[in-house]
Design a protein around this ligand. Structure first.
Ligand code: HEM
Length: 311
């Protein structure tokens, strides 16, 4: 597993940092020559390296993902990663997961917001010839890794070998790569705050203060951690969530950042969450958070990035 882990972009397997900046770019609607593309992309690697040098303790990483739409344009000589496809919009009852634009996704993680900003500014400049920056979200660690609905997020994430197993492609040319689903959610904070702590705990499936999982007799079928859990042949299959809250007192929410070996795990989880079963049970968290965006990316292994982008 160590050898496989070494192939990945470092930000894919590491824990969420204190500060993070998520940049979504859409390719310009024009013909590109390959030189223009390679020139833009090759600057990204250098930007990450130079800014990390300012403070090695910041642990700055720049992770890069590419959409199914962008891949053949950016890498016409490389086959599309087998399972990379556009995020499928979903709707059930009043709940909706929209599918929105996104061709290049950068996740800049570090302990310093100022360094993230510098990296983001230079990355946006480097890509400006080929792509428009359509969303720039600054996320941060809130209390003890809580979302702004005040529950600890990430507890059931896999660790060590189990994480590598859950997240990375094991075979073929894309060995060490990972599939990512990104959704930006906005909290319906007013409505959430009207709920009793007891109800909130049922919605999440864990206690609020101590973050203990509710036992099976107390946890409803519609709890978030019941609906989002994926099982294949009775065995749990994990994803890695690097969620971080973002925003301010006027509008805030969670960036859902889900990595997996295959996007089907993420889609199964989302389908279970949004779909009302025969008892009308869907994931009740969706009464209190609204998905505003949805996009899929592939984060190729580090060697792919270095071979192509190192100038
Ligand atoms: C606003 C959006 C979301 C919030 C605030 C949120 C919050 C949480 C919290 C507080 C937990 C319990 C602690 C933990 O194990 O991390 C959790 C668990 C989990 N969430 Fe979410 N989540 C969100 C969206 C999603 C989405 C979109 C998915 C799937 C695509 C997802 C998948 C999971 C999974 C798999 C677990 C662990 C279940 C288990 O094994 O116990 N979450 N989430």
């Amino acid at each position: 597993m160590k050898e496989l882990a070494a192939l990945a972009q470092p930000g894919v397997l590491s824990n969420p940092t204190t500060h993070v900046e998520y940049l979504t770019f859409v390719l310009k609607d024009q013909w590109f020559d390959m030189e223009e593309i390679n020139d833009a992309l090759s600057q990204l690697l250098g930007i990450g390296k130079s800014i990390l040098q300012k403070d090695l303790t910041s642990n700055l990483t720049v992770s890069m993902g590419f959409s199914a739409n962008a891949w053949p344009i950016l890498f016409p000589d490389v086959a599309l990663p087998e399972e990379l496809h556009t995020f499928p919009a979903m709707k059930n009852g009043r709940r909706e997961f929209p599918s929105t634009a996104g061709d290049i996704f950068l996740m800049i993680k570090s302990e310093r917001m100022d360094l993230n900003f510098q990296a983001a500014k230079h990355a946006a400049r480097a890509l400006s010839q080929i792509a428009d920056l359509i969303e720039d979200i600054q996320g941060f660690k809130y209390l003890d890794n809580r979302d702004m609905i005040d529950f600890v997020d990430g507890t059931e994430n896999p660790v060590a070998d189990e994480r590598v197993e859950a997240v990375l492609v094991k075979e073929g040319d894309n060995r060490g790569g990972s599939y990512l689903t990104v959704q930006r959610y906005v909290d319906r904070q007013g409505l959430w705050d009207q709920q009793t702590t007891e109800h909130q705990e049922k919605v999440i499936g864990r206690t609020k203060m101590d973050n203990i999982e509710l036992d099976e007799s107390t946890k409803p079928a519609w709890a978030h951690n019941a609906k989002s859990k994926v099982e294949v042949d009775g065995e749990e299959v994990k994803m890695l969530r690097q969620n971080r809250p973002y925003g301010n007192a006027m509008e805030h929410g969670t960036m859902f950042i889900g990595f997996a070996e295959t996007p089907s795990i993420l889609e199964t989880s989302l389908t279970q969450m949004i779909t009302a079963d025969e008892h009308g049970h869907y994931d009740r968290l969706l009464d209190f958070v609204e998905a505003k965006t949805g996009a899929n990316y592939f984060l190729p292994p580090m060697a792919f990035i270095e071979d192509r982008f190192d100038d």
